[in-house]
Design a protein around this ligand. Structure first.
Ligand code: FAD
Length: 319
């Protein structure tokens, strides 16, 4: 067995998720008694750094045609790279890119696939097993993968990447890159704040805000703190906030150092995506709001009173 992780880049740079995946691949390889290699596609800076998080080697397919994501081309290249590298366990991130690759890779590699895992696989009695949360994290299911090849996608923020080694050697891999089936005319990316999956400080708000016109106080607090904004699902569903801000079971899963939950009740589906945050601060006028049970600090009060005062205090603290 050999493990291969696919390390995603954005504009040629690695995201935090790539280091997490390298570390997860390393832990998986240790459990299977083998090594983990990383695969990098297209333009990428600092690929050797993946070695620090556990990739013993980095394979790089440098063709710049791969700078733009094309699921069919990526699938063919990753499957061919896995074959060349002798890898039979391929792990991608459970990102929008990874989600569109998982099924295609499974078909192409004739592999058993398990999406959205968050635990290190084990081998028991020769059988490969991996655990994943089900029912909004209320239960776990153990999956046995009996096929020779296996593909997994790792839930973001499942584990904290640790440095375990030295920078790895990077080997250019000669794999045929098929012509793209899709022509991407333009890619517009959000500039400014740290993307939600990578953010260490998050200010999140829910239906307690009453309407989108009131979000100024959330934006101001986030600005003062240098934080990224997030929201509950009904808020995104009502178009009060963009969908990429929605956190929870059906949204983005995050693991920041500090999570402010403002006017959010703390439903299990919301908590499923945020309860790994290091410190949770809840502001809610209802002392019985379920979120207080998951909070490290709680303020019972009207958010329209508390948040502006908190912002003023933060500004003084920063000055
Ligand atoms: P509410 O439940 O309406 O809570 C608003 C809170 O604001 C209340 O606690 C209230 O006391 C407080 N409040 C009101 N006014 C003020 C004030 N002036 N000052 C202070 N506090 C105030 N939800 C998600 O968030 N993410 C998900 O991924 C997600 N996935 C789901 C998947 C499924 C299959 C289902 C069925 C549901 C899912 N939900 C998800 C929805 C979830 O169950 C809740 O309905 C949702 O999280 C509630 O959002 P909320 O807390 O913003 O709103």
């Amino acid at each position: 067995m050999m493990v291969l992780i696919f390390a995603e880049t954005q504009k040629g740079k690695f995201k935090k998720a790539a280091y997490e995946l390298a570390y997860y691949g390393y832990q998986t390889a240790q459990a299977l008694g083998t090594e983990c290699a990383a695969l990098v596609l297209g333009t990428a800076e600092g690929a050797e750094e993946l070695g620090k998080y556990g990739a013993s080697k980095v394979y790089h397919v440098t063709d710049t045609a791969l700078d733009t994501f094309d699921s069919q081309a990526y699938t063919k290249v990753i499957a061919a790279a896995a074959e060349k590298a002798g890898a039979n366990v391929v792990i991608v991130g459970h990102t929008s890119t990874g989600k569109s690759l998982l099924g295609r890779l499974a078909v192409r590699m004739n592999a058993g696939s398990v999406p959205a895992v968050n635990a290190i696989p084990t081998v028991e009695g020769g059988t490969f097993k991996v655990r994943k949360p089900v029912f909004s994290g209320k239960a776990f299911a153990d999956y046995e993968v009996k096929s020779e090849n296996k593909v997994l996608s790792l839930m973001g923020n499942s584990l904290q990447p640790q440095e375990v080694g030295e920078p790895a050697s990077v080997e250019a891999l000669d794999v045929e890159v098929p012509a793209a089936q899709v022509t991407v005319k333009e890619v517009k990316r959000m500039e400014g704040r740290t993307p939600l999956p990578e953010a260490e400080l998050v200010v999140s708000a829910g239906r307690g805000m009453k309407g989108p016109e009131n979000w100024g106080i959330i934006e101001e607090l986030a600005e003062t703190m240098g934080a990224t904004t997030a929201c509950s699902r009904p808020v995104a569903d009502a178009d009060w906030r963009p969908h990429h801000e929605h956190v929870g079971q059906t949204g983005v899963a995050i693991r920041p150092n500090l999570y402010f939950a403002i006017g959010i009740s703390g439903a299990i589906q919301h908590l499923a995506g945020v309860n790994s945050s290091k410190t949770i601060v809840v502001i809610n006028k209802d002392p019985e709001a379920p979120f207080f049970k998951a909070a490290d600090y709680g303020v019972v009060g009207d958010l329209f009173d508390v948040v502006p005062r908190l912002n003023e205090a933060m500004k003084k603290f920063k000055a």
